[in-house]
Design a protein around this ligand. Sequence first.
Ligand code: PLP
Ligand code: TYF
Length: 415
Amino acid sequence: RFENITMAPPDPILGVSEAFKADTHEMKLNLGVGAYRTEDLQPYVLNVVKKAENLMLERGDNKEYLPIEGLAAFNKVTAELLFGTDNQIILQKKKRKSVIDVCVFCSLKVATIQGLSGTGSLRLAAALIERYFPGAKVLISSPTWGNHKNIFNDARVQWSEYRYYDPNTVGLDFNGMIADIKAAPDGSFILLHGCAHNPTGIDPTPEQWEIIADVIQEKNHIPFFDVAYQGFASGSLDTDASSVRLFAARGMELLVAQSYSKNLGLYAERIGAINVVCSTADAATRVKSQLKRLARPMYSNPPVHGARIVANVVGNPELFSEWKDEMEMMAGRIKSVRQKLYSSLCTKEKTGKDWSFILKQIGMFSFTGLNKAQSDNMTNKWHVYMTKDGRISLAGLSSAKCEYLADAIIDSYHN
Ligand code: PLP
Ligand code: TYF
């Protein structure tokens, strides 16, 4: 009976926005959810998105169902964006059929299907693991994006954590990470944030990625990338995909979930993809058929609008180049408030505390090192809304509010 159902806890990230809305203080600041804001702290719709939508209207695109695997033009460009257009694993071999060259899609070594953004794509991959790798374990970083645990719990996939964050240095615990990946049962799935680690903003260096790949290969593990911020870490789409490409270049099998929520600002369109890189094109065809089989009873087929936007932007050289400019602008704004926050902290801090970790972190977030009580002080006293793990979203900060935020952080630290 429904009467017996208890209250579910609120989402620790999305719940912050609810509390923010209810606050009437004039200085209130929402640094909870990772969503890009303009300098006026307003949501931002990219110009290239508006242009793509206009094109779609002009063409009179219809609203017919998509196939289970999603929009073909989207799947093609999304894999290209991730792996690079000239990557061997996605180059379509041409087979001669009669007099016409026919592109044979099944010659790809990667099975790509459109997913319900990053979350839905991760969930589909989790379902694949649950069905075809019974008993396999997924290793996730400590800490990680909170929803990872929910996703694997609901898919009934076992997970455990590998060390990642070192509170003493507010940096990467690389030795701990490597030791834990080594200690995991052979053939485990290792969940890695492709770039701009959420929540810490701390990424391995290219040299460290090589070592991570070595260990994963030695242990016969399967890397499972979550790429939610391609373009948002460095401002360059290619640079931010280099971790994934490094693994792919070694000929490893891998899973990669992609999201366009952040880099194209398509949060509510729910557009992303799951890519499964296999060792043969044959295996990729079979995996794809199974992904479709998993998707069918879950949601039948994915939504078309966001997929068309991505296909139009990434697939059109002019819009693609404009997108890169806009992304650089967004990443640049975040970098500039990061710098300003750092300078304000250094000027105001009287104890000589070293704040340089803030500059070393990348992407939308900064992990401040504030504990739960200090984070509560930020919210209760200063009306700064953030997650209780000490993460702040710099995408929700304006340069006008950096000084205020620095006061709040310093007060909370010494609280
Ligand atoms: N993975 C990470 C690490 C994230 O930070 C997010 C949130 O942006 C996602 C996945 C998925 O987000 P979405 O479902 O909106 O694509
Ligand atoms: O970490 C964040 O803020 C983003 C947005 O259930 C998000 O990843 C947060 C929670 C959630 C979905 C997206």
